[in-house]
Design a protein around this ligand. Structure first.
Ligand SMILES: [Zn+2]
Length: 363
């Protein structure tokens, strides 16, 4: 796993990343950034044994002016190391597909979901705390948390919960239900509250991606510059109803060219022949969760090599797969480093950055 946690290795390769991070943060005021965004994460990180205490780069970062020299001796070594670790992790891996639930609901939500999907196992308990712990373990800097409103009335509680958990490391995407009579207003509200996108799931929300009634929804998500993470392909917990098939997704992306559509499960779970026919090679984002577990690695590799590298994203569908295992499988594919880097971090960082930069809609 060394490739994904550079601070565990020698210091020469990550000095550049750290300098870059600090350059970026200094624009907005380093001190404020540290206090408001890094300190809470440090607090968690410091509760874990730090990597490479003896060879942590403490001296190097003052020698090379990665940190101001006046901090030397003032900032304890542990704090500096944790700080560097957090900063460098921000440039490593972004998981574009995870799930978590409010602490009080997690046990029953996990029980219900597991009962509906035979053969699936939970790698975590479904809480945000467990997700953060697994991110620390696997060297994942940020996770996109996908919510699913299974009833229109869930909109408000989902937005409230998303608001309560958002942080530097967690990027929650709320959800709207297709039967919500205020769906357009609610998309505006999601934008106004500063969220970066919405997650939709045709099976749990009982719709077909090609339904005419979905057009105003795509239109508004597109107009607001929000991301749309869509469950695509079949779903293990449901009959094989063609609700989100690759050809229809292609039609939607052509009808709404501004729509930032992210397909999941390598374009469509267990519809990969159709993905190859209709989506591969097109400018459509794909995250890779639950593909390497189901397909031969050589097929996954071939598909990843035949899709534009700027449209590949890393995803785990945690807690339903283990992030560490997914990273290990990916490492086994031996993709070219630039393609891997784009998939693990750069494309996601660009996409999340664009979504947060998009012009205010006036809400
Ligand atoms: Zn999922």
């Amino acid at each position: 796993m060394r490739r994904f946690s550079p601070l565990g290795g020698n210091t020469s390769c990550w000095g550049q990343i750290l300098r870059h991070s600090l350059r970026m943060t200094s624009r907005g005021g380093l001190k404020e950034y540290l206090q408001t965004r890094i300190a809470p994460v440090l607090h968690r990180t410091l509760q874990k044994p730090l990597i490479g205490r003896g060879d942590c780069g403490y001296d190097m970062c003052f020698r090379e002016n990665v940190l101001p020299r006046r901090w030397q001796g003032v900032w304890p070594q542990d704090i500096v190391v944790a700080f560097l670790k957090v900063l460098s992790m921000q440039h490593q891996v972004i998981d574009f597909h995870t799930h978590a639930f409010p602490d009080d609901l997690a046990p029953s939500a996990m029980r219900t979901l597991l009962a509906e999907a035979p053969g699936i196992r939970a790698h975590l308990d479904g809480t945000v705390g467990a997700l953060l712990g697994s991110m620390d373990d696997a060297g994942i800097a940020q996770s996109v948390i996908c919510c699913i409103a299974t009833k229109p009335q869930q909109f408000d509680p989902i937005v409230r919960w998303c608001d309560s958990i958002r942080s530097t490391r967690l990027i929650p995407l709320p959800s709207v239900h297709p039967n919500d009579p205020e769906i357009v207003e609610h998309i505006g509200l999601i934008k106004a509250r500063g969220f970066l996108g919405v997650k939709m799931h045709p099976y749990y929300q009982d719709f077909y991606v090609g339904d005419d009634r979905m057009s105003p929804f795509y239109e508004e998500v597109s107009r607001q510059g929000l991301l749309l993470v869509m469950h695509t392909g079949f779903d293990i917990a449901f009959p094989r109803d063609r609700r989100a098939d690759p050809e229809t997704l292609l039609r939607i992306s052509e009808a709404f060219p501004q729509l930032k559509l992210v397909t999941t499960h390598l374009g469509g779970w267990q519809q990969w022949d159709e993905v190859r026919r209709h989506l591969l090679g097109r400018p459509i984002y794909m995250e890779i969760s639950f593909a390497m577990q189901d397909l031969s690695l050589s097929v996954v590799r071939e598909m990843l090599m035949n899709h534009p590298e700027e449209y590949l994203l890393f995803g785990t569908d945690s807690p339903w797969t283990g992030p560490k295992e997914t990273l290990q499988l990916l490492e086994g594919l031996e993709l070219p480093p630039s393609r891997l880097d784009r998939m693990l971090w750069r494309n996601a960082a660009d996409l999340l950055g664009q979504a947060s930069d998009s012009p205010d809609s006036g809400y």
